[in-house]
Write a protein that binds this ligand. Structure first.
Ligand code: TXA
Ligand code: MG
Length: 343
């Protein structure tokens, strides 16, 4: 199969909608990351998503809609707190876990009694959902275990020959996947941080809870509240270490480790901020210090670049966990298997 990459136009949207209506798969831009889109009401199409990604069968897909009115038939209930989050943050980078209605096939929910629902803000995504006329199941468009794609080119790297079409809407604005919030109980719990931050949820509901595994690995015997927590994600081939602490000490520790590793024959790159002076050592930019949205938008591309360059060791500057910084540190932490040095 040849994979076409086309800009978003009326005719490419019509092509994409036809592929989805025929049970096929399409690369869909969203404001977070590119997704691998399928008809969410078609069990066979959902199975194709798992196959194309190489995704474990127990990791559910999230379902995307274009309008709030399309949600009630997809779920059995919308608790009050969920309703308030929907009003505040949709359309936008937030997925709510709700009790699943029967029309969502078990292939989509991976056998769970719940389903993740999201109303993306991206105009291209919403246009595709409208053109297809059905809810769209879309995990991130990477092969399982790889960083999520934030450009059509990244998605092509992973899906070339596996799907007929990727719609190209340029680089994703947010750059990390949506916040996943379990809204089935009285107090919503953030299972995966993203563009809708704990502070934003707190401001709307007056309370917020963040799952303990957002910043720590699952230990033997721990139960994952979200299947995605179980899997090693975003892992570059390079061993990845995060340095956290006062800025000058972090820079000094990174430079010292860089020099020792280089002397030992490693290929090393730093993931660091533009304003910080690493003395000409190889650096992949995380954007401006103090702008965690920069790091969010650049992190996945930086992880891909490590592999392209054949680096064997990556030394990363930590980001403050306020705001979207928590999402950055969650993804960076998982890429590093939570190998964090406090200096
Ligand atoms: O921003 C996004 O959310 C992107 C774009 C394409 O919308 N999609 C995305 O999907 O990141 P995916 O499948 O890569 O990540 C969804 C995460 C997984 O970690 C999965 O385990 C979790 O959400 N999830 C999905 N349904 C769930 C459920 N019913 N209960 C708990 N966790 C769920
Ligand atoms: Mg994913």
């Amino acid at each position: 199969m040849k994979t076409q990459v086309l800009p978003v136009t009326e005719s490419s949207l019509a092509m994409a909608a036809k592929i989805i209506n025929d049970g096929g798969l399409v690369g869909m831009p969203t404001e977070t990351v590119y997704g691998l889109a399928a008809n969410a009401l078609n069990a066979q199409a959902a199975l194709r998503v798992f196959e194309a990604k190489g995704r474990p069968a127990d990791n559910p897909l999230i379902v995307h809609a274009a309008e709030v009115e399309e949600i009630p038939p997809l779920v059995r209930a919308i608790p009050e707190a969920a309703r308030r989050l929907m009003d505040a943050f949709w359309p936008g980078p937030m997925t709510l876990i709700l009790p699943k209605a029967d029309c969502i096939p078990k292939e989509v929910s991976a056998g769970l009694d719940t389903v993740g629902i999201r109303l993306p803000k991206s105009r291209a995504a919403r246009a595709l959902i409208r053109a297809a006329g059905c809810p769209i199941a879309a995990p991130s468009g990477n092969r399982s275990g790889r960083p999520s794609p934030t450009t059509a080119q990244h998605m092509l790297e992973d899906m070339d020959g596996r799907i007929p079409l990727i719609l190209d809407d340029g680089p994703c604005e947010v750059g990390v996947e949506s916040s996943v919030i379990d809204a089935t109980g009285e107090v919503p719990v953030i299972l995966r941080p993203g563009g809708i931050t704990p502070e934003m949820v707190q401001a709307v509901l007056g309370r917020v809870s963040v799952d303990e595994h957002v910043m720590s690995p699952l230990a033997e015997g721990d139960v994952a509240r979200s299947p995605g927590m179980k899997y090693r994600h975003y892992a570059p081939k390079a061993k990845t270490v995060i340095f956290e602490g006062e800025r000058d000490r972090v820079i000094a520790a990174i430079c010292a480790r860089y020099d020792a590793a280089t002397a030992a024959g490693e290929r090393v790159a730093i993931l660091g901020f533009d304003e910080h002076d690493f003395g000409g050592r190889t650096r992949i930019s995380l954007g401006h210090a103090g702008h965690p949205q920069d790091a969010a938008a650049r992190l996945f591309a930086a992880l891909r670049e490590l592999d392209e360059r054949g680096e064997t060791l990556a030394l990363c500057e930590a980001v403050d966990t306020a705001g979207i910084g928590l999402a950055v540190m969650n993804r960076m932490g998982r890429a590093a298997a939570f190998d964090i040095e406090h200096v």
